[in-house]
Design a protein around this ligand. Structure first.
Ligand SMILES: [Zn+2]
Length: 98
């Protein structure tokens, strides 16, 4: 994705009402995304880095102030878990040096 920037762009002053309205739209967009993600059946994915089949982690998302929660299965590759375990081990080793 290419992001175009406009140099010397003048940022208009925005009234608090408009900011609140934008937040409402953002919250709705996030809600729509979570709803769609929760409704999408899991597909078989393979890791683009190592080619192993992804395993799925059951997670629950919710928006602050909302009653409804969204159960979403997040794909995770074992190689990412190995990396985070390595990072954890490296962090532990570093903390023992103090
Ligand atoms: Zn992988």
């Amino acid at each position: 994705m290419k992001i175009q920037s406009t140099p010397n762009q003048v940022v208009p002053s925005v009234s608090p009402d408009l900011i609140y309205q934008d937040r409402g739209q953002l919250k709705q967009a996030i809600k729509d995304f979570l709803q769609a993600a929760a409704a999408t059946p899991p597909v078989r994915l393979t890791c683009p880095r190592c080619g192993q089949p992804m395993r799925y982690v059951d997670t629950i998302f919710w928006l602050y102030g909302e009653e409804r929660s969204f159960p979403i299965r997040l794909p995770q590759c074992p190689c990412a878990a190995e990396i985070s375990e390595l990072a954890q081990a490296a962090g532990d080793a570093l903390s023992k040096l103090d």
